[in-house]
Design a protein around this ligand. Structure first.
Ligand code: C2E
Ligand code: MG
Ligand code: MG
Length: 532
């Protein structure tokens, strides 16, 4: 402002007297007539200097103000925006939703809040690294933006969770149902990047301003977001890639995620996590060769919970190592008395693979329980290998040096490259249950099992088929080779007491196998495969 005043005054001075002084001084210099009035000349120079100074200062200040305004705008943008995807962030979702509700209500419309959570995203991050995870998030946002109406605020709430508030006119909210379906379909399409095909999906929770009962006050933005969140957890619970509208009983039924996290932590302290065991069978003889330990959460509030519902949360909150070690400690104690030829398999999370002390911890558990390492088999899933090869290789070497066997679990669904597999010293391949259970009904599964058998033969690795549900599958599998097998045909996973009964039955009927045995068919391909 000051600079502007100086410029204005300098201009006024110049217009008032400076221009006359300039003419006189210039005339004296050019013609040499008449003396140059030094006072006038100095005043003139001062006036010009003032003009230049004032103008430059004014320009500088204008630039500084512009920069500051832009910096403020950027800071505002950053405070409201998720830098990766350009979506709104969690903080700005609430005011944006409130704004959308007010705008919609003014036009006699309703608003639906949609909470979107990506399925299997954590697996992508763990397996392919954060760069691929980021690329998936960016692609997901592009797909969402293409499907959502233009003015709808879309926010990323952190991780793989998104939310938006959509106005709609129809009382039945059919347009929102149709939109949710389109989003689920579109996000189920694979994302391609850096030579990988990545599969994700979306579970959606919805809540709207439509009253449940006549006269009910419409929920505010905060309440709507909470309701949509509850509905989204319901969608996840009922098997992903689906959407649920909020219903009032959900609020009562569903406990918040933080409560579940707390229950898991408390459950570990109270030893609520227990090992169950699934039989592993030599398909040629029908005899038990070992058991796979599968975690169960015997929760006083949630009942007997399957690992799908708690392993990923335990991984996210950083307690998977403690949980797994406590289960393995119980399992080796149970397994000690099973007999010297009965193996124990345990599943290991990709997070544990990154623990440089994992092999030592495992050894300590076995030493304390006096359990021979040669009877322990560690299962690593195929998907946990990506980006972890170096770490996995050194861990496998430590484990094998101790005499522990290492199996490649869920083989066939993780798109591992064969050259990578060759560099890792696995002792066994486990064919994923999805191929085995559909072996007799899906020709593709048969082809994949045949291919995996060739890989096993080529690499000299024995094979376990998991997910055997019928004697027909056993017959079909025996055409490929001498597999070990496991699955519901032989019994559901059960506790340690049942395992002892199974073993007694198995031994008591050693002449007659305890499980349905199908005649062994000639299998030339098995010659090279070491059978354990
Ligand atoms: P997995 O290691 O592939 O285990 C096999 C899963 O398939 C088990 O499910 C088992 O109950 C189920 N299954 C067995 N036979 C059949 C069958 O014939 N048909 C069908 N449809 N399913 C069958 P579960 O116990 O729910 O475990 C799921 C996954 O959770 C396991 O898959 C494993 O990856 C993980 N898991 C289990 N326990 C632990 C653990 O202690 N630590 C870690 N990190 N992961 C675990
Ligand atoms: Mg397993
Ligand atoms: Mg498996």
């Amino acid at each position: 402002m000051m600079a502007l005043v100086i410029v204005v005054l300098a201009i006024a001075l110049f217009v008032g007297t400076g221009s006359r002084a300039l003419i006189q001084t210039a005339h004296s210099i050019v013609t040499g007539q008449g003396p140059i009035d030094p006072l006038l000349a100095n005043a003139l120079f001062l006036n010009v200097a003032l003009l230049i100074f004032g103008y430059r200062r004014y320009k500088e200040l204008t630039r500084e103000v512009g920069e500051r305004r832009r910096a403020e705008e950027t800071a505002n943008w950053l405070a409201q925006t998720d830098p990766l995807t350009g979506c709104l962030n969690r903080r700005s979702l609430l005011p944006a939703t409130t704004g959308m509700i007010e705008q919609a209500q003014a036009q006699g419309q309703n608003v639906a809040v949609m909470m979107i959570d990506l399925d299997r995203f954590k697996g992508i991050n763990d397996s392919y690294g954060h760069r691929m995870g980021d690329a998936v998030l960016i692609e997901v946002v592009a797909r969402l933006r293409a499907l959502l109406p233009g003015d709808v605020p879309l926010a990323r709430l952190g991780g793989d969770e998104f939310a938006c508030a959509i106005p709609f006119a129809d009382q039945s909210a059919q347009s929102i149902d149709a939109l949710a379906n389109r989003i689920i379909e579109r996000l189920a399409e694979p994302v391609y990047g850096e030579g990988h095909t990545l599969n994700t999906g979306a579970s959606i929770g919805l809540a709207s301003t439509i009253a449940f009962v006549a006269g009910e006050i419409a929920p505010d933005a905060d309440e709507l977001l909470h309701r949509a969140d509850l509905a989204m957890y319901q969608a996840k619970k009922f098997g992903r890639s689906r959407y649920f509208w909020f219903e009032t009983q959900m609020a009562r039924e569903m406990r918040s995620r933080s409560e579940i996290e707390r229950d898991i932590r408390d459950g570990i302290d109270r030893n609520e996590f227990v090992p169950f065991y699934e039989k592993q069978i030599d398909l040629a003889t029908g005899r038990i060769t070992g058991f796979e330990m599968l975690a169960r959460w015997n929760s006083p509030t949630h009942g007997m919970v399957a690992p799908e519902s708690f392993i990923s949360i335990a991984e996210e909150i950083g307690v998977i190592g403690t949980l797994s070690e406590s289960l393995i400690r119980q399992a080796v104690k149970d397994a000690r008395d099973w007999g010297s030829d009965v193996t124990l398999s345990v599943n290991i999370s990709p997070i544990q693979l990154r623990d440089p002390w994992f092999a030592q911890k495992l050894l300590k558990i076995m030493v304390e329980a006096n359990f021979p390492p040669s009877r322990l088999e560690v299962e690593i899933t195929e998907t946990s290998l990506h980006n972890n090869l170096g770490v996995v290789r050194s861990l496998m070497t430590s484990l094998r040096n101790q005499g522990v066997q290492v199996s490649l679990d869920d083989f066939g669904i993780g798109y591992s490259s064969l050259s990578q597999l060759r560099t890792l010293p696995f002792d066994r391949i486990k064919i994923d249950k999805s191929f085995v259970s559909s072996l007799c009904s899906n020709p593709d599964s048969a082809m994949i099992i045949s291919a995996i058998t060739s890989i096993g033969d080529g690499m000299g690795l024995p094979i376990t088929a998991e997910g055997i549900e019928s004697p027909e599958v056993v017959t079909a599998l025996q055409k490929y080779g001498a597999f070990k097998g496991q699955g519901y045909l032989y019994g559901r996973p059960a506790d340690a007491t049942t395992v002892l009964r199974w073993l007694n039955e198995d031994r008591g009927t050693s002449a007659e196998p305890a499980v349905p045995v199908v005649p062994v068919l000639p299998a030339p391909a098995t010659a090279k495969r070491a059978k354990r």
